[in-house]
Design a protein around this ligand. Structure first.
Ligand code: ACO
Ligand code: LMR
Length: 264
């Protein structure tokens, strides 16, 4: 019989051979003819399935909400400075992507991990927060540099409203809201932030479809798929900031002396 030579690569998400390319088995013509969107493409290439429309729409809303947050947010600054140093698009984008991490944009996976663990164990929000404090770990998904309890982040509110109206259940997100009530009683900047709301709502999304086994959900959370959403989304804004600086032919950036405390 035939002997199959072992391959060097195994790939399960797309196939470009043949007349028509496929994403997780779905041909390009179906994507176009049946009105699939970017959220559906993320569903196919990341989760290997066509998710219900309310889920792919949620993914698209996350991408829209996270696409940019002005020139002052961490990282936009990097792309601006890099563009003004005359560097190319890829350098500007990469210099900026490297700022995404536990404090900024890259807290979604850990927020999901900690909320999931605490909620699944039935931990009261106060115990969860105090437990994190004892361990010396910040509550991921909580806190913001400029948003406050009396100046909430509209993006968070919009995502919450969408999910409450469209998801079968939002129990992880409601748990995060209870955590927020507790953290806000401690400090006014400890709001549920965009990373925290996406992390908790993605748990609800994965759980609510009934299309993922418990093991698959654990794997998605463990591998850390969710920061990918922020990376994907913010790239849109960063490319915009790069073009913006180049279009305006901005000169080399140098930070003003007045804004530095020179001290021994
Ligand atoms: N949990 C517990 N304590 C916190 C938290 C938190 N999430 N955030 C801030 N604090 C505390 C700090 O320990 C600090 O107290 P201390 O001075 O007694 O140690 C105080 O609040 C002020 O801390 P700062 O670092 O000055 O607060 P800052 O405004 O710089 O923090 C940040 C903003 C980085 C977002 C912070 O709240 C944090 O680390 N949050 C968790 C990570 C996270 O969710 N990041 C995503 C933000 S949204 C986005 O980037 C798109
Ligand atoms: C963002 O989306 O970039 C933020 O919420 C962080 C910030 O400092 O604005």
């Amino acid at each position: 019989g035939k002997v199959r030579v072992p391959t060097h690569i195994i790939s399960t998400i797309s196939d470009e051979r043949g007349v028509e390319q496929r994403y997780a088995g779905v041909p390009m013509s179906t994507l176009v003819e049946q009105g699939y969107g970017v959220g559906d493409v993320v569903s196919l290439l990341w989760f290997k399935r066509t998710l219900p429309r309310y889920c792919s729409r949620f993914i698209e809303i996350c991408i829209m909400m996270c696409a940019d947050h002005g020139p002052c947010a961490s990282g936009a600054h990097n792309s601006i400075v890099t563009a003004r140093a005359g560097k190319d698009l890829i350098s500007c984008l990469v210099s900026r992507l490297l700022t995404i991490g536990p404090r900024f944009g890259g807290a979604i996976d850990d927020a999901a991990r900690y909320f999931k663990d605490a909620y699944d164990r039935g931990l009261p929000p106060s115990e969860f927060v105090e437990g994190m404090k004892i361990k010396g770990i910040r509550v991921l998904g909580m806190g913001h540099r400029v948003k406050r309890g009396d100046n909430r982040d509209k993006r968070v509110e919009l995502l919450q409203r969408y999910a409450r109206e469209n998801f079968p259940s939002v129990e992880y997100m409601e748990y995060a809201v209870q955590v927020e009530t507790y953290t806000l009683s401690k400090a006014n900047n400890l709001i549920l932030n965009i990373d925290g709301v996406i992390g908790s709502l993605f748990l609800d999304l994965l759980d609510g479809t009934g299309m993922f086994t418990k093991q698959e959900i654990d794997e998605i959370v463990e591998i850390g798929y969710l920061n990918g959403l922020f990376v994907l989304a913010r790239s849109i804004g960063l490319i915009g900031h790069t073009f913006d600086q180049k279009r305006m032919k901005q000169s080399l950036y140098r930070h003003p002396w007045e804004d530095v405390l020179y001290t021994k």
